[in-house]
Design a protein around this ligand. Sequence first.
Ligand SMILES: Nc1ncnc2c1ncn2[C@@H]1O[C@H](COP(=O)(O)OP(=O)(O)OP(=O)(O)O)[C@@H](O)[C@H]1O
Ligand SMILES: [Mg+2]
Length: 174
Amino acid sequence: MNVPHETSAATAAQLTVKSAEDMREVGRRLATLLRPGDLVLLSGELGAGKTTMTRGLGEGLGVRGAVTSPTFVIARVHPPLGDGPALVHVDAYRLSGGLDEMEDLDLDVSLPESVIVVEWGDGKVEDLSEDRLRVVIERAVGADAPVDDADDVRSVTVTGVGDRWASVDFALLG
Ligand SMILES: Nc1ncnc2c1ncn2[C@@H]1O[C@H](COP(=O)(O)OP(=O)(O)OP(=O)(O)O)[C@@H](O)[C@H]1O
Ligand SMILES: [Mg+2]
């Protein structure tokens, strides 16, 4: 059997996030670790908090325009207000064709000079970069979740794939 080559992947951080505001703060902190050309893949069910985290990323990066759920557009470009990279926020939910379709979008931005954040991108946009940061957001269920407001607790797992992330210290996220 031909097993696809997978570069090093190690869980970099495991967080418990208790509110939407805390999720934004995680995004703001994560932004300090991001560089132009970085790809962040956000996974998690509907309403998990992917856009909420991206809002924080946008604030942390210092980009123009509020990050919202791109309901009618697949991708939105947020230009930098200062010297930092632009944020390209992609909702790949309705992107069936994967990368080709993404390239067809003709985004008026240089992807290597931007930070690209993709919701619902699993299995679709990995080819954009050998290195990527995988962020999985799950509703906390079971024994670890408080009984009264279990809905608000999320567990966030950050995994760095590829050399880019090999020696990055994620301690500040916690
Ligand atoms: N701990 C938490 N972290 C993030 N969001 C939370 C949390 N607790 C409650 N929420 C609420 O959950 C909702 C998350 O919505 P959001 O749009 O960020 O999800 P999403 O993963 O982007 O969904 P979709 O798949 O539809 O794009 C918001 O209404 C937010 O206020
Ligand atoms: Mg969303």
